[in-house]
Design a protein around this ligand. Structure first.
Ligand code: SF4
Ligand code: SF4
Length: 344
């Protein structure tokens, strides 16, 4: 299974606590962007186009801790920019581990090997390495040769040192499923990673490359071939080894087997500007506190069919919370979700 049993149980208990209390909106994953600076300039990135004075800013350890205390989330995804360019990242991670929070440190892994000794392996800490394809494809998408080799060396070093390592792969228009299948084989069989995340790209208004993002129907068609290939396309014994770091309900959504509306308050974003409204992907202003974010955002105006910017979005930060809520909505769904998790 991709998600650890410890995380499945603790997050499940957290969701049930809020369901019993009748909490209307509660967050599952904090999307923390402690800085926007990065050591790459990928063409599809909408996060690094800020002016120099913004790129110089970063959240302090105290601000990162406060974001978690305010929101009460069980899981934190540390993104950016490149989190390993933050000098105090080990202290931030230590504070979260002390509080029993699950951390996904999302990195391009250029600095992973170099900074590894500053971190301590823990079931709560996972390095989530950005890999969009095998060598030629990945280096093309991140616009620099040699990045794939560096990332693979970083993954091997982290695994050898006892860390949990997963990968995240953004899928763009024109992707060949068989190429992604080769990537999955490599990640699981060769690198022995602990799980894989796959996500359709979101067409950030600021991203230089606007042409290669997937439209909704194409996303479903492509993801069906990518994560649920037929036995003729991929031998079932080979497919069985691919462990995705998603709930099976979210994979059903990506392949068009389930229809969901997004839950933007499920994965709130805190960055150097404040709490971003309404989600990780779009910015319609900022709140000073998590409470203000929840209370001052008109959540009903967002989602497919409501806001044109949401029309093609099927990204995990909006829809994985919906999938988690659905997976815990009834005993039947919980049993199915658990069975899928242990047999995936
Ligand atoms: S590594 Fe990530 S943050 Fe850096 S430029 Fe690429 S997509 Fe953007
Ligand atoms: S569908 Fe949801 S997650 Fe996607 S851009 Fe719209 S509000 Fe954000």
């Amino acid at each position: 299974m991709g998600l650890s049993l410890l995380q499945t149980v603790k997050v499940g208990a957290y969701v049930m606590k809020h369901r019993i209390k009748g909490t209307k909106r509660f967050p599952l994953v904090l999307m923390l962007e402690p800085l926007f600076r990065c050591n790459l300039e990928c063409a599809g990135c909408g996060k690094i186009q800020y002016p120099e004075e913004t790129l110089k800013k970063r959240l302090s350890v105290a601000e990162c801790v406060q974001a978690v205390e305010e929101s009460g989330v069980p899981v934190i995804s540390i993104a950016g920019g490149e989190p390993l360019m933050h000098p105090e990242m080990p202290q931030i991670v230590n504070e979260y581990v002390k509080r029993g929070k699950f951390i996904y440190l999302c990195t391009n892994a250029i600095l992973l090997e170099k900074r590894l000794s500053e971190f301590t392996p823990s079931p709560y800490l996972t390095f989530s390495v950005h890999l969009d394809g095998l060598e030629a494809r990945h280096d093309h998408l991140v616009c620099r040769e040699g990045v794939f080799k560096t990332a693979v060396a970083g993954i091997r070093a982290a695994k050898a040192a006892g860390f949990r390592v997963t990968t995240n792969t953004t899928v763009f228009e024109g992707e060949k499923p068989e190429e992604l299948h080769k990537l999955f084989d490599f990640l699981r069989n060769d690198l022995k990673t602990d799980g894989m995340m796959v996500s359709p790209g979101y067409a950030y208004q600021k991203a230089p490359d606007q042409e290669h993002f997937l439209r909704r129907e194409k996303t479903k068609e492509l993801f069906r071939q990518v994560v649920k290939p037929t036995a003729e396309q991929v031998d079932p014994a080979r497919r069985k080894k691919w462990q995705f770091n998603h709930s099976s309900f979210f994979l059903d959504f990506l392949t068009g087997d389930k229809e969901y509306q997004c839950t933007p308050w499920g994965n709130p974003t805190r960055n150097v500007f404040g709490w971003q409204k309404p989600c990780y992907l779009m910015s319609d202003g900022y709140a000073k506190s998590f409470k203000e974010l929840l209370e001052s955002t008109d959540w009903d105006q967002y989602g497919t069919g409501k806001d044109p910017r949401c029309a093609d979005c099927m990204v995990h930060c909006g829809y994985e919370p919906t999938a988690v809520l659905d997976a815990t909505a009834s005993v039947k769904n919980m049993l199915k979700s658990f069975k899928d998790a242990v047999t995936n």
